[in-house]
Design a protein around this ligand. Structure first.
Ligand code: GLP
Length: 242
C-alpha cells in the first residue's frame, strides 16, 4: 500500500488527477471506476482543467460509477447521475455510450444489478478504481455488517451514512434509505485503486484503518489492505489521528 499525505484538499485532488491522467496515457481505453460524494469533486475539477489544457483525452475511456440512490431518477439534482454529469461528464469528452451508472429507478432492480456486473465483466473489469470512504468505513455503499456482498446489489444505508449525506438534501428525511452499489468483489478485482480521504471527520476512520492491520466486515475499507495496488491519498486533516 502506498500512502501519500497531501498538504490539503487541493493537493490531494491534484495528485489523484495526475495519477488518473497518467494511467489514461498508458492505456487510452482505460476502464475507470468512479466515485461520488464531496471528496472527489476537486479531482474531477482538476481532470476537467487538464482536459481543457489538452493534457488528457477521455475519448476512449470507459467509466463505471460505484453506486446510485434507489428511487432517484437521473435528472434528480440529488442523484449521482446528476452529480457525475454536472461535475465531470458535461465538461470532458467521455463518449456517452462509455458512461455507466447504476439506474436507481430501474423497473427490475435485480436485473439492473445483474446487467451492471455483466457490463463491467464485458469491459474486462475495472483498471483503476477511485474511492472515497464513509465515516463508518464504507466504500461505494458497502456498509459495515456481518457479511459483505461481492456483486452489485441493493443495500440499506447505515444511519451514519444517512446522517453524513443529509447535507446534500433539504432534510435528513429526504435521504433515500437504500442504494444500488457495486460489491466488494468488483472493487477488489480492480487492477489499481486510489482511496481519497479529506478533512477531520475522516481522521478517526483513517487511523482505525491504518493502525489496526486487520480485516473486518465491520470496516469494509479494511479489505483494501489485502489489495496489491492501493494508493491512499489523504490530506493532513484526515491524517491527524493516524
Ligand atoms: C458516499 C458514497 C461513497 C463516498 C462516501 C464518502 O455516501 N456512496 O462512494 O465515498 O459516501 O462521501 P464524502 O466524500 O462526501 O465524504
Amino acid at each position: 500500500m502506498k500512502l501519500i499525505i497531501a498538504r490539503d484538499y487541493e493537493e490531494m485532488s491534484k495528485k489523484a488527477a495526475q495519477i488518473i491522467a497518467e494511467e489514461i496515457k498508458k492505456k487510452p481505453n482505460l476502464v475507470l471506476g468512479l466515485a461520488t460524494g464531496g471528496t472527489p469533486v476537486g479531482t474531477y475539477r482538476e481532470l476537467v482543467k487538464m482536459y481543457k489544457n489538452g493534457e488528457v483525452d477521455f475519448s476512449r475511456v470507459i467509466t463505471f460509477n460505484l453506486d446510485e440512490y434507489l428511487g432517484l431518477s437521473p435528472d434528480d439534482e440529488r442523484s449521482y447521475h446528476y452529480y457525475m454529469y454536472s461535475n465531470f461528464f458535461n465538461h470532458v469528452n467521455v463518449k456517452p455510450e462509455n458512461i455507466h451508472i447504476p439506474n436507481g429507478v430501474a423497473e427490475d432492480i435485480d436485473e439492473e444489478c445483474r446487467r451492471y456486473d455483466e457490463a463491467i465483466e464485458k469491459a474486462g473489469g475495472i483498471d483503476l478504481q477511485l474511492l472515497g470512504i464513509g465515516v463508518n468505513g464504507h466504500i461505494g455503499f458497502n456498509e459495515p455488517g456481518d457479511e459483505l456482498l461481492t456483486a452489485t446489489h441493493v443495500t440499506n444505508l447505515a444511519p451514519d451514512t444517512i446522517k453524513a449525506n443529509a447535507r446534500f438534501f433539504e432534510s435528513i428525511d429526504e435521504v433515500p434509505k437504500k442504494a444500488i452499489t457495486v460489491g466488494l468483489g468488483t472493487i477488489m478485482k480492480a487492477k489499481k485503486i486510489i482511496l481519497l480521504a479529506s478533512g477531520r471527520e475522516k481522521a478517526k476512520i483513517m487511523a482505525e484503518l491504518l493502525d489496526e492491520d486487520a480485516v473486518s466486515t465491520k470496516v469494509p475499507a479494511s479489505f483494501l489492505l489485502l489489495h496489491r495496488d492501493v494508493t491512499i491519498i489523504m490530506d493532513e486533516e484526515a491524517a491527524e489521528v493516524y
